[in-house]
Design a protein around this ligand. Structure first.
Ligand code: TXA
Ligand code: MG
Length: 338
């Protein structure tokens, strides 16, 4: 059973950090805030601790984890080679929500990488994550702190809901700033490739790495990406999530569902509100700007699940690079379980 310690997100206290490092060194699991979503931390170089991460998440053991480190130097120590592109991207975006895929050093357990010869590394910018890594002095494996295929957590309460009975400690540092996961870029050989669109935008990346290969957010094309663990179904609420091309179609779809179903139906539109005010319809309005929308998306889906809706109809987002990370999460969340 978990314990929860509230921490000041800007100046985390020594007692909380000491307790977190004690639990981690005993091969325990500690959820902590990052600038993207909450992570489920465990010693990245310890096979037993890693096994517990996979078990707590219910995640297949061939799905690789991200090693969180304090510095580029600590990242390099986990890599067999450190390409020039890695150095350039690290300098531009670390600390921050960018994950780099490089070749894995032989001394790093294969389990952290789901058995792959590569490894994912990132230096987070959240003060709690940084202070924890500094106090620990070694890399932390940290997938998003949710059950396999579930909704990513952007608050400590979201973590507790899914993993409360499976982990030792939650550091509650309030809601996450970005609300969507890091951008994953493979920098092994040739041009760097985006494997998962995320909190660092494509335009910002391209400005630093003009030869960047971007892939349109299309989960059907996931098979073609060299990113294990990128299931078509992912980031999904309990309720069935349906995408509607326009706001009017979203309203029509939600209304007809609400008429047929006993349970309420969720409707998520972008500004401005539809204001349907229909019985059985729970309406949520998200911002019209992509990063503001991303910050609130997972929390909104968590809220609708908590309200017991049977389905969530979401007005689809624009087909523009700024929206790719959000479009990717929505498409995956709407892919029916196989
Ligand atoms: O923002 C984030 O990245 C959050 C916070 C906690 O840092 N973490 C996160 O971890 O999203 P997770 O495990 O939920 O997602 C890891 C992603 C997956 O899409 C996985 O396929 C990819 O990173 N990945 C990890 N290691 C990889 C590898 N060796 N090769 C290719 N893709 C990898
Ligand atoms: Mg995840």
């Amino acid at each position: 059973m978990y314990r929860l310690i509230a921490v000041d997100p800007r100046h985390p206290g020594g007692v909380a950090l000491a307790e977190a490092t004690r639990v981690l060194r005993a091969r325990g699991l500690v959820a902590f805030p990052t600038e993207t979503v909450y992570g489920l931390g465990a010693l990245a170089l310890d096979e037993q601790a890693l096994a517990r991460v996979y078990e707590a998440k219910g995640r297949p053991t061939h799905h690789p984890l991200i090693a969180h480190v304090e510095s580029e130097a600590q990242a390099r120590a986990l890599a067999r080679s450190w390409p020039e592109t890695a150095a350039r991207l690290a300098r531009a975006f670390w600390p921050g929500p960018l994950t780099l895929i490089v070749e894995r050093a032989a001394r790093v357990p294969a389990a952290v990488a789901g058995g792959a010869s590569s490894i994912a590394v990132r230096v987070p910018s959240h003060p709690v994550a940084r202070a924890l890594l500094a106090a620990l002095g070694e890399p932390l494996a940290a997938p998003s702190a949710n059950r396999y295929q579930g909704l990513s957590p952007t608050t400590a309460a979201h973590v507790v809901k899914q993993l409360g009975d499976r982990i030792e400690l939650v550091l509650d540092g309030g809601p996450c700033e970005a609300g969507i996961e890091s951008t994953v870029v493979d920098v092994r050989g040739g041009a760097p490739r985006v494997l998962r669109p995320g909190a660092v935008g494509i335009e910002a990346l391209t400005a630093v790495a003009p030869n960047l290969h971007t892939m349109h957010a299309d989960p059907a094309a996931a098979e073609t990406r060299a990113s294990p663990g990128m299931d078509p179904r992912h980031y999904a609420p309990r309720a069935l999530l349906l995408l509607a091309p326009t706001r009017d179609e979203a309203l029509t779809m939600a209304r007809s569902l609400a008429e047929r179903e006993d349970r309420p139906v969720g409707l998520v539109v972008r500004e401005a509100a539809v204001g349907a005010g229909l019985p059985g319809l729970v309406e949520k309005t998200l911002p019209g700007e992509a990063s503001d929308y991303a910050r609130l998306l997972f929390a909104t889906l968590h809220d609708l699940d908590d309200e017991g809706v049977c389905a969530i109809v979401v007005q689809d987002v624009p087909d523009e690079p700024a929206w790719w990370a959000v479009a990717d999460r929505l498409a995956r969340a709407s892919t029916a379980a196989r």
